[in-house]
Design a binder for this molecule. Structure first.
Ligand code: ATP
Length: 249
């Protein structure tokens, strides 16, 4: 089942296209990693796909009315600021808003599941603003999980997390896809992207340079042309491990 379809998506900043004629589809069961250097357009692509940025071309998600869109896709933005000192449980419960204002047993179950999945059971009653940056990031991911949508989109969800929390978070996202949802996430750690994503999309200056299984996308040529990087790629039982060696001119 197709959960997201982009056709000739273009976003201009002034005269300059920062997303340039991008077409792609994302199916249920896929965990798609959006990779590319700083400024490649990863955030812009996801925000336009969500209908949060003016664009040309078509996004199946942006075309939905806001209330349907919020039941179709959850969004974890890069900015993790939490404005008010509400409890972790209350913040995660905000993820249920698209499902109606009257709290139901289904809402409680979704909130409990999200808190447990993100290892936050013991944080429930704490003010969310009194947590560390990494803990707050996990709370915001839990809010998106509580939304219980077919599609989840996340902008650098593991930035600022410790290595164990990075693995735990990617395991959760990977398992959501294995359960039949769709996941689109941007990532800078290429080894983790290769290990946890079923498919990688390499973005460069607003265009798709490669799209496919991690081993086909993370090639020496793609790394050199797009990231200006020479890297050693070790094959391990856990997937390719990338060791950056040198910045190329
Ligand atoms: N508000 C803005 N006004 C003008 N240009 C912008 C704006 N936001 C982003 N850009 C430009 O759009 C391009 C794509 O930015 P975007 O944030 O999508 O990149 P990214 O791949 O997510 O980068 P990063 O890995 O650094 O987060 C960049 O060249 C950036 O300078």
């Amino acid at each position: 089942m197709t959960l997201l379809s982009l056709r000739n998506l273009t976003v201009r900043r002034g005269e300059c296209p920062v997303i340039d004629d991008v077409s792609l589809t994302l199916q249920a069961g896929e965990c798609v990693g959006l990779i590319g250097p700083n400024g490649a357009g990863k955030t812009t692509l996801m925000r336009a796909a969500l209908g949060l940025l003016a664009h040309q071309g078509a996004s199946s998600l942006a075309a939905l009315p806001a209330n349907q869109r919020a039941r179709q896709a959850a969004w974890i933005p890069q900015d993790r600021r939490i404005a008010w000192p509400i409890t972790v449980q209350s913040l995660v419960a905000l993820g249920r808003l698209p499902h109606g204002r009257q709290a139901t047993a289904q809402d409680s179950a979704a909130i409990d599941r999200a808190l447990t999945r993100m290892g936050l059971d013991s944080f429930r009653s704490r003010p969310a603003t009194a947590l560390s940056g990494g803990e707050q990031a996990r709370v915001l991911i839990a809010r998106a999980l509580a939304q219980d949508t077919p599609l989840l989109m996340a902008d650098e969800p593991i930035a600022g997390l410790d290595p164990a929390a990075q693995l735990a978070t990617l395991e959760v996202l990977h398992s959501l896809a294995a359960e039949g949802r769709g996941v689109l996430l941007s990532l800078h750690d290429l080894s983790l992207a290769a290990r946890y994503c079923t498919r990688l999309i390499l973005l460069d200056r607003g265009r798709i340079r490669a799209d496919g299984p991690p081993a086909q996308v993370l090639t020496p040529d793609h790394l050199a042309q797009t990231f200006h990087l020479r890297a050693r790629i070790h094959d391990t039982p856990e997937g390719p491990l990338l060791q950056p060696l040198e910045r190329l001119p």
